[in-house]
Design a protein around this ligand. Structure first.
Ligand code: GRA
Length: 386
């Protein structure tokens, strides 16, 4: 066992950190307030090779691997939780699905653009009545000659209103249950049957979120990913990748809270001394320090396993996602207590961290869903790892 990061990963971490501190952190509050999605920053992240870490060089990636991917995610989330969403929308979701199951033509057509950030991606699972209960989705895809006709509605889709390409899950044969779900690579623009509209949220406001409505939307039959009936396996496989990056995002937000309170505790004075001298604050600082490190180690372990070829490590991925979400939420709560009224003010980013942290207990499978996966595995009722 070796806990040291390689020279290559340390260089990556430092360069992403410098980029995020210079080009994201100073503007993150303003972008959040204005609900602004900085397209040019997504492009720069792509050009730096961040999205391509998990994609081989021949398709426009860098092939650095999952550990590199989560390290970069954490550093971006530390500056802006909103901007880390791009890692999942570009490559952890659609990009990897294409790499693993797409045709050579689909790989050549989409992967270089998803890596560089020239193409904007997203994935569409959730529906108004099918969120935790994925299999209850109602969207259908009916074969019609050389086309499929899509009908249904997807909700809470990151990037919906800007994405070029969506990985969409729909039933091609509802009666067949899990065997009747399929995955499609849908080009969202210039299709009269597809309507994308924006949704508002209380946090993560510089990450666009929306609805996608399919009304007799005709897509070419070549948009099918692999074969009909593979959708159920691919949807959970996809979540098993995106959840680890999401977990790294939670660590990034928690680290940002720890950075903020460390600075504030040694600057702010009350009762004639720095507030870091008060044991009640020290208790919170100690708690945050340990929890951030423990969450990071769970994320690294899950990413390391994926680098060993174990992409089906649902158990370790769910543990990382669950714990990082809890830690982000607790760290932001403690930061709020330490900052007091200033935490509640938009003058400091703590209020943003607090709003953003809540998301990690909801998105990519709620905290309860992760606990269910972990407990069912522990009890021997349903093995998590595939
Ligand atoms: O065996 P079978 O033929 O019946 O097929 C089943 C199973 O073998 C079928 O899927 C297969 N399967 C898998 N295949 C490959 C299940 N897991 C895997 C896997 N890991 N790999 C149905 O399985 P099931 O267990 O019967 O399904 P279920 O009971 O519905 O699933 C359980 C569970 C509740 C855990 C699942 O539905 C779940 O994870 N729900 C949470 C949904 C979720 O995470 N939604 C997130 C939406 S995406 C999002 O939030 C985007 C955020 C973007 C951002 O901002 O980052």
């Amino acid at each position: 066992m070796d806990f040291a990061l390689s020279e290559e990963l340390l260089i990556l971490r430092d360069s992403v950190r410098k980029f995020a501190e210079k080009e994201i952190a100073p503007f993150a509050d303003k972008w959040d307030e204005e609900h602004h999605w900085p397209r040019e920053i997504i492009r720069k992240m792509g050009e730096m090779g961040l999205f391509g870490a998990i994609i081989p060089e021949q398709y426009g990636g860098t092939g650095m691997g999952w550990l590199a991917f989560v390290i970069a995610t954490e550093e971006i989330a530390r500056a802006s939780s909103s901007l880390r969403v791009a890692f999942n929308m570009q490559t952890a979701g659609p990009g990897m699905a294409i790499l693993l199951h797409g045709t050579e033509e689909q790989k050549k057509k989409y992967l270089p653009g998803l890596c560089s950030g020239e193409l904007i991606g997203c994935f569409a699972i959730t529906e108004p009545d099918a969120a935790s209960d994925v299999m209850a989705m109602k969207t259908t895809a009916k074969k019609d000659g050389d086309s499929y006709i899509l009908n249904g509605s997807k909700i809470w889709i990151s990037n919906a209103q800007y994405a070029d390409l969506a990985l969409v899950y729909a039933y091609t044969n509802k009666e067949a249950g899990p065997k009747g779900m399929s995955a499609f690579l849908v080009e969202l623009k210039n299709n009269p049957g597809i309507r994308c509209t924006a949704l508002d949220k209380m946090g993560t406001r510089s990450s666009p979120t929306g609805e996608i409505a399919f009304e007799d939307a005709r897509i070419p039959a070549s948009a099918l990913l692999d074969k009909e009936g593979r959708g159920a396996a691919y949807v959970f496989e996809c979540l098993n990748r995106t959840r680890v990056s999401c977990a790294a995002g939670g660590v990034g937000v928690a680290q940002a809270c720890l950075d903020a309170v460390t600075k504030y505790c040694t600057e702010r004075k009350q009762f004639g001394q720095e507030i870091g001298q008060f044991q009640m604050n020290q208790e919170m600082i100690a708690q945050m320090t340990v929890e951030v490190e423990a969450a990071r180690l769970l994320v690294y372990k899950a990413a390391w396993q994926k680098d060993q070829g174990n992409l089906g490590n649902t158990l370790e991925t769910s543990m990382a996602k669950f714990f990082a979400g809890e830690v982000a939420q607790r760290a932001s709560h403690m930061a709020m207590k330490i900052y007091g009224s200033y935490g509640y003010s938009p003058e400091y980013p703590v209020a943003r961290y607090y709003r953003d942290a809540v998301l990690y207990q909801i998105v990519e499978g709620t905290a309860n869903i992760q606990k269910m996966i972990i407990a069912l595995d522990q009890l021997g009722y349903r093995k998590a790892n595939k």
